[in-house]
Design a binder for this molecule. Structure first.
Ligand code: NAD
Ligand code: IPM
Ligand code: MN
Length: 355
């Protein structure tokens, strides 16, 4: 397996070291050859060279089986130009239309909600990942004056809406999930989200064995906190999916533990933690590497290495259960020590199976 790794900025670098450590260990333990190529694209590189990524960058990425990104974002690049090219550019250019964000509580102790257990927080968010408000269609007129006009259009296409909704239903089928909930704002955004309504009804009709339900996005935010156990699969647009997956991360113990995949079934896909570059934490050995490590498990699972993925997930659960974690989720270890601990538990798994 050939993996392109872009550590990026801030804690992206810190957590990627641990993710690669665990990935290599899983490769060794299970006798898989995992070839890793590091790509230096980040804010430093952009500030030094004026280049966010090379002209053939997306073509390069397509030569790999998978791409891993740490995080991108640096206060020295206030317009986030490099992150738009490297992160959003990869999502768009590789047409990674499925943003797969599982919201799964690893340990009862991590949930901020009273009395909630692991079984209560276990759903998947499918976020549309190639259109919506993220396409960059719009502009500013008379910028910087009191007459400034700023326009940012939301693009919803039949093709884009249909493929993410269909993916949500097909995933539900394949994984024994019985309910799909679509969230939009069709009461206020009558044009764009009428398309979501129409397509959701069409696709739901083709899946009579799956319970389909519509919830407005504001109500969804309420219900995710009041009773997350009612959700199984949620599908929504790009912007709403961004917002509710930070909320979802909070239900799991915080941004430090949430993984994600950016997928185009059958093509090179990209995996990354849900969190950003957290500049105040960068380089201090405090960032939680679990979101990044679990993203490598999603990557292996997606590539068909289910046992390797499961071994990483088991190791992460064990390190959380025994309190071998960073301080954001109540432990006292550093980023590196947490990565070491998880990597070493993957070896124990092998011994466990061998005995
Ligand atoms: P952030 O995710 O970096 O941080 C939000 C909060 O969560 C902070 O309090 C931070 O300390 C905490 N946090 C995040 N990851 C953590 C971890 N692994 N361990 C412990 N605590 C963690 O979001 P932000 O502050 O809004 O953004 C910072 C920069 O990151 C911005 O430039 C933003 O654009 C960028 N960003 C990038 C991505 C990405 O690359 N996928 C995602 C989100 C934000
Ligand atoms: C995420 C991030 C990105 C997004 C930012 C950095 C552009 O918040 O992956 O959740 O909004 O998609
Ligand atoms: Mn986000």
């Amino acid at each position: 397996m050939k993996v392109a790794v872009i550590p990026g900025d801030g804690i992206g670098v810190d957590v990627t070291v641990e993710a690669v450590k665990v990935l290599r260990r899983a490769g060794e333990v299970f006798g898989r050859s995992i070839e890793i190529e590091m790509l230096p694209w980040n804010a430093d590189h952009y500030l030094k060279t004026g280049i966010t990524m090379p002209a053939d960058g997306y073509t390069m990425l397509r030569q790999f089986d998978a791409v891993f990104i740490g995080a991108l974002g640096d206060p020295r690049v206030p317009d986030n130009r490099h992150a738009r090219d490297i992160l959003l550019g990869t999502r768009f250019e590789l047409d990674l239309y499925v943003n797969y964000r599982p919201v799964q509580l690893l340990d009862d102790r991590l949930c901020p909600l009273k009395g909630r257990k692991t079984a209560d927080v276990n759903f998947i968010v499918f976020r549309e990942n190639t259109e919506g408000l993220y396409v960059g269609v719009g502009g500013r007129f008379k910028a910087g004056t009191e007459d400034e006009i700023a326009v940012q259009e939301e693009i919803n296409t039949y093709k884009g809406v249909e493929r993410i909704i269909r993916h949500a239903f097909e995933f539900a089928h394949a994984h024994g999930r019985r309910k799909v909930c679509m969230a939009d704002k069709s009461n206020a955004m009558a044009e764009g989200h009428a398309l979501w309504q129409r397509v959701f009804k069409e696709v739901a009709q083709q899946h009579p064995d799956i319970q389909s339900r519509h919830v407005y996005i504001d109500a969804l935010a309420l219900l995710m906190v009041q009773d997350p156990s009612q959700f199984d699969v949620i599908v929504t647009n790009n912007m709403f999916g961004d917002i509710i997956t930070d909320l979802g991360a909070a239900l799991q113990g915080g941004l430090g533990v949430a993984p994600s995949g950016n997928l185009h079934p059958g093509r090179t896909s990209m995996f990354e933690p849900v969190h950003g570059s957290a500049p105040p934490l960068a380089g201090r050995n405090v960032a939680n590497p679990i979101g990044a490590i679990l993203s490598t498990a999603l990557m292996l699972d997606y590539a068909g290495f289910e046992r390797e993925a499961a071994a990483i997930e088991t190791a992460v659960r064990e390190s959380v259960a025994t309190g071998h974690t960073t301080t954001d989720i109540g432990g006292s270890l550093g980023t590196r020590e947490t990565g070491d601990h998880i990597a070493q538990l993957i070896v124990s798994e092998l011994k466990h199976h061998a005995n």
